[in-house]
Write a protein that binds this ligand. Sequence first.
Ligand code: AMP
Length: 283
Amino acid sequence: MVKIIRSLAEFTKIRDKEKSPIGFVPTMGNLHQGHISLLEEALKEFNTAYFSIFVNPKQFGPSEDFNKYPRTLDQDIEKIASCLRKYPGKSVVVFAPTSPDEVYLGQNHTISVPEMKDIIEGECRPGHFDGVATVVFRLFEIVRPAKSYFGLKDYQQYLVIKKMAKDLNLPVVVKGMPIIREESGLAMSSRNQYLTFEERTEALVLSQTLQRISAVINGKKENLNKASEMIKEALKDSHWNYLEMRDTDSLSSDLHQANKIVLLGVYQLRTTRLLDNLEVAVQ
Ligand code: AMP
């Protein structure tokens, strides 16, 4: 059964009755298979999965797409119900607050992960990761999950949440889940619908460049210099906001001790910033 709850008061009543540990998937809605893959994992591991749909104003900059962000609650609920049919006996509780007040009223704190908030994606989007850490902290407080699921598509976001949970000793396991892609290789994203038909083809530069760099690295640290040269060359294309090679845990650019690195890129087509990344093990 899918239960949909629109107010904090009603949500808290339902949550307080829950006796068993729960899995939790926070989202901003406009669901696609990437989000559903997180729900499936939660349903495999728990009898009840909690799922939030909330477009969080705190993580959008003043010139970003908060107002235009697609809100498609009815279709989202359909997709959740259709996923749930594959898990007989299990249930989903959807928390879809009607307004930010349901989440934030009387709550003025900001949660920050200083080591990561101003680098890479954080450098392009000042304040974004404070907004993300703050809403996820608040949702953890409201939902009280044993485990929560995040897509590695938003790699830096996943690391921010993991670090926040560890630093603040939150009683929740943070699990990262693989990127779900379209057949073309384009990472699924709610923002892909802003792309024109031609831009969908142009967008493939992003995943294909990551793949090419990974192929040149070929698992060997000695090839990282060659990879750096490729990155410099690629960055001549001004559509890139950034293309970086970093340590998977710390996001440090010092790769001497690293045994796994991540290639992180944002490729921008008009106002649409497309994020992608690829992990590469190196020896
Ligand atoms: P969003 O609603 O875009 O904030 O995303 C909610 C969650 O879904 C985040 O943990 C994202 O990383 C995850 N997610 C979004 N797109 C994908 C994807 N293509 N594959 C896997 N997870 C995704």
